[in-house]
Write a protein that binds this ligand. Structure first.
Ligand SMILES: Nc1ncnc2c1ncn2[C@@H]1O[C@H](COP(=O)(O)OP(=O)(O)O)[C@@H](O)[C@H]1O
Ligand SMILES: [Mg+2]
Length: 259
């Protein structure tokens, strides 16, 4: 168990393309700039987070796949990569992770593999942030079993707003069946565009909805193409272009997250 109060955070939303990976990469980097020691765990077989932090997911280094499938053969410590940036470490994903669900199907305690992996190193970090694939697979269940909190990126778009209900239901089920300590600690409005009416409207609905308003971060992440450009370069936007909206928003979000 973690000796200090390490925050173990799932970034989750069953919808794809809502800014989960962008949030994992950029919130983590922003937190490291704020002095937090951060470990990122990429639990998406598509490994965009791994690439976004400048690490090659196709090389032979030990990945989260090896840690969760090879019962104890690898130590967590051996899979941790140091990124180019101080205080920002990563356990990379690998495309093979997409087969982990089938490989683990008969294994006892398969939902708790990631939790055991994290327990070995949690006391070395202030925050552990996990990316999730856009579906409720065994991989996502492992993330929820390990997490102390869930942060939900929500696109300021009608479909995304409606889909929030499903995520809240899922977390209730997880709380009952798998992890009684889990809670949703925040909702981040993403892809916010002040110029479009629908974006402003959805933000306002989030701000006034009794289910969500107390969880909402004050910082919406604005739609900003520099975020995509930076991920293509394998750099968090806070290091790639400090003056961009994306960098400013994620720095503000990080300060809110800590405070
Ligand atoms: N705030 C933003 N503004 C503009 N583009 C963004 C923003 N956040 C993410 N993107 C881009 O949108 C796409 C989907 O985002 P991503 O973080 O991969 O979503 P998810 O992980 O939820 O599927 C990516 O190409 C990403 O670079
Ligand atoms: Mg993603």
């Amino acid at each position: 168990m973690a000796k200090k109060n390490t925050r173990i955070v799932a970034i989750a939303n069953e919808k794809g393309g809502v800014g989960k990976t962008a949030t994992v990469v950029n919130l983590s980097a922003a937190l490291s700039i704020e002095g937090q020691k951060v470990l990122v765990i990429d639990m998406d077989p598509q490994h965009n987070t791994t690439n976004g932090l400048g690490i090659d997911a196709t090389d032979d280094s030990i990945s989260i796949y090896d840690l969760i499938t090879n019962g104890g053969e690898y130590k967590t410590h051996d899979a941790i990569c140091q990124t180019k940036w101080e205080k920002l470490d990563l356990i990379p994903s690998h495309i093979d992770l997409s087969g982990a669900e089938i490989e683990l199907v008969d294994e006892e305690g398969r939902e708790n593999r990631l939790k055991e992996v994290i327990a070995q190193v949690a006391d070395k970090y202030d925050v552990i942030i996990m990316d999730t694939p856009p579906s409720l697979s065994l991989l996502t269940i492992n993330v929820f079993a390990a997490a102390s909190e869930v942060v939900v990126p929500c696109q300021t778009h009608p479909y995304a707003y409606k889909a929030l209900e499903d995520l809240f239901d899922t977390i209730e089920d997880i709380k009952e069946d798998i992890n009684p300590d889990i809670m949703i600690s925040g909702i981040i409005p993403t892809f916010f565009d002040q110029r479009t009416k629908i974006s402003r409207e959805i933000l306002e609905r989030l701000q006034t909805d009794d289910r969500y308003k107390d969880l909402l971060f004050d910082t919406p992440i604005r739609a900003n193409t520099t975020i995509t450009a930076s991920s293509d370069k394998g750099k968090p936007v806070v290091f790639y272009r400090k003056s961009s909206y994306g960098a400013n928003d994620y720095m503000a979000l990080a300060r809110e997250f800590i405070g």
